[in-house]
Design a protein around this ligand. Structure first.
Ligand SMILES: Cc1cc2nc3c(=O)[nH]c(=O)nc-3n(C[C@H](O)[C@H](O)[C@H](O)COP(=O)(O)OP(=O)(O)OC[C@H]3O[C@@H](n4cnc5c(N)ncnc54)[C@H](O)[C@@H]3O)c2cc1C
Length: 401
């Protein structure tokens, strides 16, 4: 419960994604008057999108390992992650009537896989706690020390006792996180590191022929840099589950060297020697794709990739062909557009954020979620950190009152 004297405090949470909603929950539970503002007509659109292919909300691996997934930002995130672990997230979901399960890789999903039942139960809880929702309220920055919103009823200028900003990153703009806030915070001396795509696809300069025939086709199974999985050929490159965990080092290599080479093993379950042996037994009159299908079990898209990389593949002897299949080099020339990325690196610099997630340059304003400069691979780590930071920022607000 709130301390005597803080009950009348008005708190604005701007951004109704997972970080903002978690902050609102903690603040409302403490008895404060909380309004969640969001520019969109409905809340948590990216959270719902994340649930489309299965909401991987956290990871069941030991907490010490989970906390190690955040690279350089791990030190700063640790206190928040310690306060709201993967196990706590599962217990929180159970409290909302949503059972979860952990897959073999440790990834945790709600039983129904989707995000919508969880979001419905969560919003009902917030409503019950007295949280007000102001959707279609687009925050447009500051006028002096008041907040300015564009609303269906016109311009609204308001002052709050504390503000939590949870405006998200800079991908999938149509879902709301469009990073328009960057100049407004920079004007207030808050350092913001330029955004970069994370968990993203890559550009490969395919020939028109390969792009037209193969875009949308899955390459599976394939191995790259020690990981086994699958990816999808796009019109202009690659994306998908195998590529995302490799995307931070690949992005950094491209930034440093202008391009990066990804070596794919197209036949991960076959050793090179026996592969050369079965390829050598194929009749010489077979077309290349039939030779690759019968001799190496390659799908048409994998065979197309072999021809794309080596136009003379049809003339190669079995040993060289087997070598190529086991280590086919793909040159990545750029990251795919940031708007398509699952998440981003960059955002509010940790140098601008105090220990309680309060902005040093804007006392009374707290921040949480993807708008801060951190990144993590897929596997449930992104939502785990957003939820944990939402709680930590709210606890910072409570301590400041
Ligand atoms: C396709 C896809 C799949 C994903 N799958 C997973 C997954 O399975 N597991 C996982 O951990 N993560 C996943 N993610 C990432 C995860 O969804 C995000 O990291 C997370 O939603 C970020 O939460 P947030 O609260 O910081 O910001 P957001 O969810 O982006 O919310 C920010 C909110 O702020 C609002 N807003 C922005 N600007 C303004 C403004 N000026 N005024 C008012 N409101 C504003 C937006 O409308 C939005 O509602 C996925 C992302 C995508 C795109």
């Amino acid at each position: 419960m709130a301390q005597w004297g803080t009950m009348d405090k008005r708190i604005a949470v701007i951004g109704g994604g997972p970080a903002g909603l978690m902050a609102a929950e903690v603040l409302a539970e403490a008895g404060l008057s909380v309004t969640v503002f969001d520019s969109k007509p409905t809340l948590a659109r990216k959270f719902l999108m994340a649930g489309k292919s299965g909401l991987n909300i956290t990871n069941a691996e030991p907490h010490a390992e989970l906390a190690g997934r955040f690279g350089r930002a791990g030190m700063r995130l640790m206190p928040a992650l310690d306060q709201f672990t993967g196990a706590d997230i599962r217990a929180w979901m159970t409290g909302l009537g949503i059972e979860s399960f952990a897959g073999s890789s440790g990834r945790v999903f709600p039983r129904q896989m989707k995000a919508s039942p969880l979001l419905r139960a969560w919003l009902a809880r917030l409503d019950g706690l007295g949280v007000s929702f102001a959707t279609r309220h687009d925050w447009q920055g500051y006028e002096g020390d008041t907040l300015v919103f564009d609303t269906p009823e016109g311009r609204r200028v308001e002052r709050f006792d504390r503000v939590v900003l949870a405006l998200g990153g800079a991908s999938w703009r149509r879902l709301g996180s469009d990073a328009r806030w960057v100049p407004w915070l920079r004007d207030r001396n808050v350092e913001v590191v330029p955004f970069r795509p994370a968990n993203c696809g890559f550009v490969v300069p395919w020939s028109e022929h390969f792009s037209a025939r193969s875009a949308g086709e899955p390459l599976k199974p394939v191995r790259a840099r020690g990981l086994l999985g699958e990816c999808v050929v796009t019109k202009g490159g690659f994306e998908g589950g195998l590529i995302y965990p490799l995307s931070a080092p690949l992005r950094d290599e491209i930034e440093r060297d202008g391009s990066a080479v990804l070596i794919l093993d197209l036949a991960p379950d076959r050793a090179e020697g026996p592969l050369a042996e079965t390829l050598s037994r194929q009749p010489a009159k077979l077309s290349l794709s039939n030779r690759l299908r019968k001799g190496a079990g390659l799908s048409p898209v994998k065979a197309g990739l072999v021809r794309e990389v080596r136009s003379d593949a049809g003339a190669l002897d079995a040993a060289t062909l087997a070598q190529l299949i086991k280590a086919i080099p793909i040159r990545l020339t750029a990251t795919a557009p940031m708007d398509r990325a699952i998440s981003v690196a960059g955002g509010i610099s940790w140098d601008a954020v105090g220990p309680d997630y309060q902005l040093s340059a804007l006392p009374g304003t707290f921040v949480a979620g993807e708008m801060i400069d951190w990144e993590a691979p897929t596997g449930g780590y992104l939502l785990t950190a957003c939820l944990a930071m939402g709680r930590a920022a709210a606890q910072g607000v409570l301590r400041s009152l």
